[in-house]
Design a protein around this ligand. Structure first.
Ligand code: G4P
Length: 523
């Protein structure tokens, strides 16, 4: 294997998807501990420790103590180089969160085992499913009384429409947690062994532990043992192909907080998660990671990392070839040549200048307004243009106007640039041409307002319209009279018409009234 092939085979680039409070930060931190990157727990979460080392980029982030846009954590573990792309949650949930999922090769889904599948997990999972990439599930908080594991599996299958394969099984939970029955490694991991050396119990060929061990006479063990038999007999078979296509999710139980089951999870994950894959171009060509020429695409642009310089960083996921500092690339959209000299990589505790990087890695290219979300860059002679990143259906809308009518110029300039950058989506009222902003998360409006004022010197007025259901309609089928106050007719930035429905009732009413009209939701 060539040196670069060996480097690529070590890469595991993934995102953790979860609902807020399921334990994403805690499990990330445990992984960083295994990777030797952080020495103590509690260093990742800025809001608690006041340590903003990894994401003190925007003033707004500091004020709120949250990470506005996804960042990248890179570390080595078990012979692999891991890139975790953070997907912000809570109120900082935004289109960036979705777009980040376009740049990963697999996803880890962390679920609170007392709560099961929650709305944000479901939303993020839909994107992952659409891409057909592998998803590994970690049912967290086993140290607490959770729901019946069989129920959790059934819910995962029902709600998300994916098959599951348990890799381990809890032996009790909460106060009576005894350990994990590790089907995959054919052993039992004890939660409270009498000594470190006795942490693992071997299983005999029938899957039983030594009958003399005190656990063997515990009802909790017997119950877990029955359940293991049940899921082995009635459940899905382990199928690596199905895992790689995102059809079967390997499921793990554990507790991030007490660091139980996390390391085994990480090891199994690294064993089965895929190395970087080829990516399709708009003309259906697959660009393989081992292609000699460098190529990559911009999945996110973050502005104002340094307010003094008003710099922006374009996050590029490398698809093929090797990145070398100072190399010349072509920006596909404009055919312009660009020299990549000012480029950073994201180690967990700092941003460092990077000399080289390979497919699977994320590099941050300093940008002075050249890049747009979804841009392709390549080093070879043959033009490469990757498929467009999808746009995501916004759910929140606000009317926007300039506070000072005399300052229309800076208002328009700001809106145009920020929309191009993917900060927010812009619509226009069909009749009046009024500007309407759409977002998937409320914080996008705040970031937009902040940046309009600080970067474009344009004060704006935002007037909430609330939650809406956006549905696109074919121009041929459109009749302006179909619009009403319950379904506002607007056009997107490509002048395509869509309705903003007040709620599901309004949408249903519309469908009843115009049964032949097709309404389309984007992702
Ligand atoms: P998030 O990033 O997904 O939002 O979740 P985070 O890791 O911040 O965890 C949310 C809360 O759940 C935290 O408690 C955290 O300590 C707790 N938690 C995470 N994993 C486990 C687990 O395995 N078991 C138990 N019992 N709790 C877990 P908090 O009270 O909000 O914060 P803190 O003050 O305890 O840090």
């Amino acid at each position: 294997m060539s040196a670069i092939a060996s480097e690529i085979s070590k890469r595991r680039t993934f995102a953790i998807i979860s609902h807020p409070d399921a334990g994403k930060t805690t499990i990330t931190e445990q992984m960083l501990l295994f990777g030797g990157v952080v020495r103590e727990a509690g260093t990742v979460k800025g809001k608690k420790s006041g340590n903003f080392a990894k994401s003190d980029w925007m003033e707004i982030e500091q004020k709120r103590g949250i990470s506005v846009t996804s960042s990248v954590l890179q570390f080595d573990y078990d012979g692999k180089r891991i890139n975790i792309l953070d997907t912000p949650g809570h109120e900082d949930f935004s289109e960036d969160t979705y777009r980040t999922l376009m740049a990963v090769d697999s996803a880890v889904m962390v679920v609170d085992s007392a709560k099961g599948i929650e709305p944000q997990t479901k939303k993020l999972f839909e994107i992952v499913k659409q891409r057909g990439i592998p998803v590994f599930t970690f049912f967290n908080k086993l140290d607490r009384d959770g729901r019946d594991p069989l129920d959790l599996l059934a819910e995962l299958e029902d709600v998300l429409g994916i098959d599951t394969y348990p890799m381990n099984w809890p032996i009790g939970s909460g106060q009576v947690l005894q350990g994990l029955y590790d089907m995959h490694n054919h052993q039992v991991a004890l939660y409270r062994p009498d000594s470190q050396g006795n942490r693992y119990l071997a299983l005999d060929e029938n899957g039983n532990i030594d009958a003399n061990h005190e656990l063997a006479n515990n009802q909790i063990w017997r119950d877990a043992r029955d359940e293991v038999d049940l899921v082995s007999d009635a459940g899905n078979q382990f199928d690596e192909e199905a895992i790689l296509h995102g059809k079967l999710s390997p499921v793990f139980f554990g507790s991030a907080l007490i660091n139980f089951g996390v390391e085994t999870f990480l090891k199994s994950y690294l064993e089965y998660a895929p190395a970087p894959a080829a990516k399709k171009t708009i003309d259906e060509q697959a660009i393989e990671p081992l292609n000699n020429d460098f190529s990559g695409f911009v999945f996110k642009i973050q502005a104002n990392m340094n307010p003094q310089h008003r710099d922006r960083i374009a996050f590029v996921r490398i698809v093929s070839g090797e990145f070398k500092r100072g190399m010349d690339v072509t920006l596909s959209r404009t055919a312009k040549k660009i020299r990549l000299s000012n480029v950073t990589q994201f180690m967990a505790d700092s941003r460092e200048n990077v000399e080289s990087a390979v497919p699977g890695d994320i590099i941050g290219v300093y940008d002075t307004g050249t890049f747009q979300i979804g841009d392709t860059i390549f080093s070879g002679k043959a033009k490469i243009q990757f498929e467009d990143l999808p746009t995501f259906t916004p759910e929140l809308f606000m009317r926007v106007s300039a506070k000072n009518v005399m300052k229309q110029k800076s208002f328009h300039k700001g809106i145009t640039q920020l929309v191009q950058e993917g900060t927010i989506q812009l619509y226009k009222s069909w009749v009046s041409g009024d500007y309407i902003l759409g977002a998937v998360g409320a914080l996008q409006f705040e970031v937009f307002k902040f940046r309009m004022e600080n970067e474009y010197n344009s004060e704006i007025v935002l007037e909430p319209m609330g939650h809406k259901i956006a549905r696109w309609i074919n121009t041929e089928q459109l009749d302006e009279k179909m619009a009403s106050s319950r379904n506002i007719l607007v056009k997107d930035r490509f002048d395509q018409p869509l309705f903003l429905f007040e709620n599901q009732f309004a949408e249903r009413w519309f469908k009843d009234k115009y049964p032949s009209v097709e309404l389309e939701a984007k992702l």
